[in-house]
Design a protein around this ligand. Structure first.
Ligand SMILES: [Zn+2]
Ligand SMILES: [Zn+2]
Length: 167
């Protein structure tokens, strides 16, 4: 599944590891091997993923670096809490992606191939401020997911229609 992540990074004061260590310290918790493994894995590249796909990518039971399912779920919650990951709902599933060190952005979601295309829009942020001002509303964040069919899938559909002698 080819995805387009071209938004670059934003400068942050700490590495994800230092940020997690700070968060754990503030809660009186310790850095464990499992937390460290998951953090390294999750921050090795920018991706949209759910807990199940993360579990599939980790070493299986009995192998070095294996992390149990409940630990994956619990640790993902900690990462969200620590501001490292952002969680969002997509078709009834909880999806995760980098928040720390990654720019604010929104998504186009293809209903055919499930691809998520990222985009940034200053106009959208202006609209957000405008609507918030009108409603005397203090904004803490937003999430916009535009649903539809991506270009690749539409091309595929056109080809199929042509083959079937329609359109
Ligand atoms: Zn598509
Ligand atoms: Zn994204």
């Amino acid at each position: 599944m080819a995805e387009d992540f071209s938004l670059g990074t934003v400068k942050v004061a700490l590495s994800p590891l230092a940020r997690l260590e700070e968060y754990l310290r503030s809660r009186g918790m310790r850095m464990t091997q499992q937390r460290r493994c998951l953090l390294d894995h999750v921050f090795s590249r920018h991706e949209h993923f759910d807990a199940d796909s993360l579990i599939e990518q980790m070493p299986s039971s009995g192998r070095e670096g294996h992390v149990s399912r409940p630990t994956v779920y619990r640790t993902l919650n900690e990462f969200v809490d620590a501001g490292l990951l952002r969680r969002f709902q997509l078709g009834g599933r909880s999806m995760y992606e980098h928040d720390y060190g990654y720019p604010q952005h929104d998504h186009l979601h293809c209903l055919e191939c499930q691809k998520l295309i990222e985009f940034k829009s200053d106009e959208l942020l202006e609209l957000r401020s405008h609507v918030a001002r009108e409603n005397r509303f203090h904004v803490t964040g937003h999430r916009l997911i535009i649903s539809g069919i991506c270009e690749d899938c539409r091309r595929g559909q056109r080809r199929m229609r042509r083959r079937a002698g329609v359109g």
